[in-house]
Design a protein around this ligand. Structure first.
Ligand SMILES: [Ca+2]
Ligand SMILES: [Ca+2]
Length: 229
């Protein structure tokens, strides 16, 4: 008898759930399609991770060598806050690489879609300096704020990114196979001695409206857990 009751109880959920699988979407839902996607091309010497509107979108899959381009699909939404941590390959104690005999150099460039490009309008701040001649220790680390990638992070006191010629950064040959037209190589002031740099940019597109509408985003368990803290 108990088993029958259990079965009936379960069925009472299963019937409406199975019906929902065939339900039509609400009238106001408009799905985005592949035509709404734009390409994000990024090159960092040597590594980067990139957030858009507070969400992790791309991580350079190769930490050091060889130098590589990362190209991923993005469904853009504006206003858009791009936040990037870029790292030259440098030892945290000596500031050097290759068995502590060489000072490596950095560099970063980005293009998203047709019109979002890295340039000196971006904000930049260095968090790892060195090696500094005659200094003890030869490196300086500034703690990176936990919320550096969030939309609301205050970067107003940061300097503007410095633009560099392509010849100074020397990107690898495959660089030419990707669209970086109109984008500038950026870093903070010193390509050699500034090793970990964070860039931030907010792109406004007044009047922009998403063609799609997927309704309220689903709730992620990690966000619910954050709310509980
Ligand atoms: Ca360096
Ligand atoms: Ca490097």
């Amino acid at each position: 008898m108990t088993r029958i009751l259990c079965l009936l109880f379960c069925l009472s959920f299963l019937v409406p759930l199975s019906a929902q699988r065939r339900n039509r979407l609400p009238e106001h839902i408009v799905k985005p399609n592949t035509g709404d996607i734009v390409k994000l091309n990024v090159y960092a010497d040597n590594w980067f991770k990139l957030y858009i509107n507070g969400k992790l979108v791309a991580v350079d899959s190769i930490e050091f060598m060889p130098h590589n381009i990362i190209s991923v699909d993005v469904l853009p939404e504006y206003p858009m806050t791009i936040a990037v941590m870029a790292r030259d390959n440098a030892d945290a104690i000596t500031g050097k690489e290759y068995e502590h005999v060489q000072i490596g150099d950095g560099g970063f460039i980005l293009k998203l879609g047709d019109d979002v490009v890295s340039d000196s309008s971006w904000k930049a701040k260095c968090f790892f300096f060195g090696p500094m001649e005659g200094e003890k220790p030869p490196v300086k680390h500034i703690p990176i704020p936990e919320d550096w990638f969030t939309v609301d992070f205050d970067d107003s006191a940061w300097e503007s990114a410095t633009e560099f010629e392509e010849a100074a950064v020397r990107p690898p040959q495959p660089f030419r196979e990707y669209d970086f037209k109109g984008a500038e190589f950026i870093w903070t002031g010193d390509l050699d001695l500034h090793n970990t740099v964070i860039f931030r940019a907010t792109i406004e597109k007044p009047g922009w409206k998403a063609r799609w509408n997927t309704g309220e985003p689903v709730r992620r368990i990690e966000d619910l857990e954050k709310g509980r803290r």
